[in-house]
Design a protein around this ligand. Structure first.
Ligand code: USQ
Length: 380
């Protein structure tokens, strides 16, 4: 297949590119390095300094010669159009969005930058596909956080509603808890508009927080790891807890720690996207998958990290800190996630070995950890 990956420099975009380069596809990678620029602006650094895609792509080219890279901003309709016209991809995987809730809530500028970047890149993409390659399969990364924490079971994207003896199928109600999550909700609405009006075929993956280093748990290649962040703005909770344990600062459980989310290993993220690549929806169909494998409370994650790492003589402490976010702490949470299993995913369950594996990678780079960027500073 000819696959275009938007946002190929990121945690998931790079893992996806590395994994797909083994499968003999033609890959076209795009990124504008905006996350690097924002991290620099905010004095946040990843665990390891990552070379630019232009350098890292040389490693992938050892596996697959058919890879190209463009440094392009997806907010430019003209540039997006020229790439799509030139390559006419069979599938596009869209990661080119600002991915952080705290970043979006930091101030007016970063809030707007998140809304603007995420909506405009999604809009440009949909518009180009409609005009140039309407049969191309768009795979879009959404988030479980679009649904929020309703007091009812969360369905996979859609809900059947019976009202006054009539029934219809609608997008499941959405209520985001940050401007980042709101941008993803608006993306979904935009996608559904294009799908129902123009017969596009799109898969929207509602993903939970991701953890892990290697996209492939069998061949753990340090040369191909993605950018790994652990700071208060860009790091996700489990990766942060492991770094905190390794560096010997207490694990920062926000509030009571009863917040429940659906989590997924980066290995499974990549497998899920590959499964959806093989299962293109029909024209005019928006397929939605809830992309996570297990539910945990924050307390459960912190205790699991503590217990697992004691095995390798890392003795983590857990500290409850005042919750910097507006989010429900005690809530009902039961989200369906069987569609992706029906496509063939055999989930990788979080266990002590996985946590130790990540901690060992982090320990090898312990000297790079900046303890000043760990405590939460963005309140809303
Ligand atoms: N949390 C802590 N301590 C920390 C960091 C986070 O207790 O040090 C808690 C948060 O309060 C939250 C939960 O852990 O209840 C998850 O937080 P997170 O920072 O790992 O994840 P979140 O901000 O929700 O966003 C992340 C990714 C985002 C993705 C989303 C999936 O950054 O791109 O869309 O996970 S979801 O959470 O399902 O919306």
């Amino acid at each position: 297949m000819k696959i275009l990956i938007l946002g190929a420099d990121g945690y998931l975009g790079w893992s996806m590119a590395a994994s797909l380069s083994e499968d003999n596809h033609e890959l076209i990678l795009v990124d504008n390095y905006s996350k690097r620029k924002y991290m620099k602006e905010l004095n946040r650094t990843p665990l390891c300094k990552m070379p630019l895609v232009t350098t890292r792509i040389k490693i992938l080219k050892r596996l697959n010669k058919n890879i190209s890279f463009y440094e392009i901003d997806c907010m430019s309709y003209k540039k997006m159009k020229s790439i799509i016209k030139k390559h006419k991809p069979d599938a596009i995987i869209h990661f080119a969005e600002l991915p952080s809730a705290p970043f979006s809530m930091l101030n007016n500028k970063y809030g707007w930058d998140t809304l603007h970047n995420n909506l405009q890149s999604t809009f440009n993409l949909l518009h180009c596909i409609k005009d140039i390659v309407p049969d191309c399969h768009i795979i879009k990364l959404g988030t479980m956080g679009e649904y929020g924490t309703p007091n009812i079971d969360i369905e996979e994207g859609w809900i059947n509603i019976r009202h006054k003896n009539r029934k219809d199928k609608f997008l499941f109600p959405r209520q985001g808890s940050s401007l980042y999550h709101m941008s993803k909700i608006m993306d979904t609405d935009l996608i559904w508009f294009y799908v129902r009006n123009y017969g596009l075929n799109v898969t929207d993956l509602m993903q939970g927080p991701v953890y892990g280093i290697y996209y492939d748990d069998k061949h753990k290649n340090d040369e191909l790891v993605p950018t790994f962040t652990y700071d208060d703005i860009f790091g996700t909770v489990l990766n942060r807890f492991i770094v905190q344990a390794v560096v010997g600062t207490p694990l920062t459980v926000y509030g009571s720690g009863s917040q429940t989310r659906g989590y997924i290993n980066v290995v499974d993220t990549i497998k899920c996207i590959k499964l959806t690549l093989e299962n293109k929806p029909k024209n005019g169909e928006l397929a939605i998958y809830n992309q996570f494998t297990e539910q945990f409370t924050v307390n459960e994650l912190a205790n699991l990290v503590k217990k697992s790492l004691a095995r390798i003589d890392i003795f983590a402490k857990i500290k409850k800190v005042s919750n910097p976010r507006i989010e429900k702490e005690k809530h009902y949470y039961n989200a369906k996630h069987s569609n992706i299993k029906k496509l063939g995913l055999k989930p990788l369950k979080l266990d002590k070995n996985i946590i130790i594996d990540i901690a060992e990678y982090v320990s090898r780079h312990k000297n790079n950890i900046n303890t000043k960027i760990i405590q939460p500073r963005v309140n809303w």
